[in-house]
Design a protein around this ligand. Sequence first.
Ligand code: HEL
Length: 402
Amino acid sequence: MRIKNAGLVLACCTAVAALAASPAGAATSTLPSPSVSAVLDVQKQAMANGAPGALTRIDSGSSSYRIASGQADTVARTAMDADRRFRVGSVSKSFTTVVLMQLAAEGRIDLEAPANAYLPQPLPDDRITVRHLLSHRSGLWDYTNDMFYYTVPGFEEVRNKVFTYQELIDLSTAHQPTNAPGAAYSYSNTNFVVLGALIENVTGVPMATHYQQRILTPLNLRNTTYVHPQTAISGSYAHGYLRDDDTTLPLVDSTEQTVSWAQSAGAVISNASDLNRFFSALVTGKLVPAAQLQQMMTMVPVNADGTQSYGLGLRARKLSCGVTVYGHTGTVQGFYTYAFTTADGKRSMTSMANTSNNGTVNTVLGGTLEAAFCGTTAKATTLKTTEDETFTEDIAPQIVRH
Ligand code: HEL
């Protein structure tokens, strides 16, 4: 791995990029080179729209690009850098899926079986299978729709709370389901909380131990932790800043929280280097056997033009240059994340902006995918500038979150 510091310093941004020769490898060599200047443009726009800072790391063949802008800590006025750790939100769902798929490969869980066969307390509908949970087709209501209806009060209410899985599941099942099992895709954190409960019940082993033994230790991911319900992030990390619904109010430092409201659906802490290594290892078959990987990567479109799709705990995005990348997005108070890799795992990119409840920043940050994999400036980056035009992936249109 070559990492050179090119030390490009702009008014708002510091780019540390490895501008090495073309990376080796068939698929990456057919991709356009990543555009560091396009990444910087995106980061600059994210900051212009309210993010204190942003980071991007691209690992492409033997080259690494580490690009960061703005601040990791607005009080200490510490500069952002691309190595910092952060809360990855729903990128955690891909980690949980790896654990589940390993157990499936070991013959301990059948994806077609009713989830109730494995749960300590049954769900109200026996027809919900493990596969429905992994693909967000169970119809289980997303309890976070209610929990975070009012953004900052909702967050402060749960920031130090410790939930059992069952308490979260009960919040969901107090609502009617969104659809009959299998009938529709409806993204819900509940699915991956149920999967955490299911994995722990079948194995008698906590999720933290599964992540460590099945993923973090084998891949040597030393910046990745699952410390629920501890509230602090250790090591070198970025602070997260949550925007109030009243956007005239100052950002709230939301770094410290239990993330107990998400657990196996969203409580992993990591950094860009580790996430790139994780997704590259995943798609190259280093974490789950080929049969399970093929199922994870079998995608069903979830938007109108088919550019976005969902497999099992895994998203795919088709980009403007024709390449499809695999990974996940994450939103947790104070942090937006995109972590994706090519099908051959030879080019991977993770981007993070340290704010949330700001759809414009999330949409803009998605432009780093185009910059990293297509070498171009994304349409979204240049066009989406107002709140009205933003798209928050998978928050159902009928759900109003204030
Ligand atoms: S939402 C998503 C994203 N996923 C889902 C999960 C995750 N994150 C959450 O459910 C967090 C919800 C509250 C976030 C909060 C904010 O912006 O910090 N917003 C509010 O409180 C709004 N009132 C589908 C976007 C994913 O990309 O998969 O992560």
